[in-house]
Design a protein around this ligand. Structure first.
Ligand code: 13P
Length: 248
């Protein structure tokens, strides 16, 4: 059975001390649990410190460069993140797509580089408010999957998770409603099934992200085909994050 997943994307927040305190508060509250996987994505600078702590929480990076080395001033390479023991990465977050102009093709390169280095991918997708209001959001999101993820083999895609994050719900306090979430997650799973097969579709965890917090998480996590959450703001507070883990 596919795992439930609770992932915290800390984005560009916290200083070194705050990051260590938050991590230790989180790790001391989670018991080892084969049912729920917990992953945090700290700012890159603090990754190595957190990796040196023995815990049942996985550590991922928010970003990396797909080349192994070279003249890419300021970037951190896929082999460097592998070298320090990172196990997970986000790819395709809407903030990377829009603020840093990451194209579908570049995301495809990042997906390939991560998997080649045995780093598990959470591939993010999601539509803008304009698309939600004027077009077919399910078509838009499934196209994002075809553009940057569905070139993978069946074995490769089984090492990925997908996070549906409607852009209009990220950091806005506006949450997609249960119908919208179920419809999108079911469309994503059906698309995996038609591109690959039922077994593959049933193995891939599909997370929801966008203003998810303890007060709405139970309803979100009970929606059809939702296997967990990718949490921004509410992951910066250990009480909220731990509370979210009890909403499954
Ligand atoms: P918020 O939970 O702050 O809306 O952020 C969601 C997100 O972007 C997680 O990647």
């Amino acid at each position: 059975m596919r795992k439930k997943v609770l992932a915290g994307n800390w984005k560009m927040n916290l200083n070194s001390n705050q990051s260590s305190v938050l991590f230790s508060e989180i790790t001391s509250s989670f018991i080892d649990n084969s049912y729920l996987k917990i992953i945090v994505f700290p700012p890159f600078l603090y990754t190595k410190d957190l990796l040196s702590i023995d815990s049942n929480v996985s550590i991922g990076v928010q970003n990396f460069h797909p080349e192994s080395n070279g003249a890419y001033t300021g970037e951190v390479s896929v082999s460097q993140i592998k070298d320090i023991g990172v196990t997970h990465t986000l790819v395709g977050h809407s903030e990377r797509r829009t603020l840093f102009n990451e194209s579908d093709d570049f995301l495809k390169q990042k997906v390939d580089a991560a998997l080649k280095n045995n780093i598990e991918v959470i591939f993010c997708c999601g539509e803008s408010i304009e698309i939600r209001e004027s077009a077919n959001p399910e078509d838009f999101v499934t196209k994002q999957l075809h553009s940057s993820l569905f070139h993978l083999s069946k074995e490769e895609i089984q090492k990925c998770m997908i996070a549906y994050e409607p852009i209009w719900a990220i950091g806005t306090g506006k949450v997609a409603n249960e119908d919208q979430i179920s419809k999108m997650h079911t469309a994503i799973r059906n698309e995996i099934k038609s591109k690959y097969d039922e077994e593959t579709a049933n193995q891939i965890s599909i997370l929801y992200g966008g203003s998810c917090k303890p007060s709405n998480a139970k309803a979100i996590f009970s929606c059809e085909n939702v296997d967990g959450g990718l949490i921004g703001g509410a992951s910066l507070d250990s009480n909220s994050f731990v509370e979210l883990s009890n909403c499954f």
